[in-house]
Design a protein around this ligand. Structure first.
Ligand SMILES: [Zn+2]
Length: 150
């Protein structure tokens, strides 16, 4: 994981990334079988100390799927618990109010594109550490290596 220098920067997961653009890691479950863990969920549980039932989703305020920046202070935390309907409402609300920027938010990207950007982001921070310009480039989809149509 790579943490940004500012207190409110993202903490970016640098491990495996699944096809949905979110991180994953594997651990042995109580029954000895492999258990798949989502890092943002793990981070939230570990830091906030609250167990999550399976129906609770961990949503990203920062809209960066790799971010695992949980904080006891919900104002500072980039992760917050929510449920599926809330997630949908979020999307619907944003849909009705077009953003001033042409760049799509991460969460609204097609799955494959989101996964690609997540992997680009991970590779960028692994290569250069916290490079704000490079990170911004990947997040907005305007980095030179991968030009986009918008
Ligand atoms: Zn974040």
């Amino acid at each position: 994981m790579v943490k940004g220098p500012e207190a409110d920067d993202c903490w970016l997961w640098t491990g495996a990334i699944a096809d949905d653009g979110y991180g994953r890691f594997w651990t042995a479950g109580a029954d000895g079988r492999q258990k798949i863990i989502r890092p943002q969920r793990y981070a939230y549980t570990a830091i906030v100390g609250r167990d999550l039932t399976p129906d609770v989703l961990i949503l990203h305020r920062c809209d960066v799927p790799l971010c695992v920046h949980a904080d006891l202070d919900s104002e500072r935390s980039h992760l917050r618990p929510g449920d599926t309907s809330e997630n949908m409402q979020d999307r619907a609300r944003r849909g009705r109010h077009p953003r001033p920027s042409a760049a799509l938010r991460f969460r609204d990207l097609p799955r494959a594109e989101r996964a690609r950007r997540s992997r680009d982001l991970r590779d960028a921070v692994l290569e250069r550490g916290w490079d704000a310009a490079a990170i911004h480039g990947v997040l907005s989809g305007v980095n030179a290596e991968h030009p986009t149509l918008f």
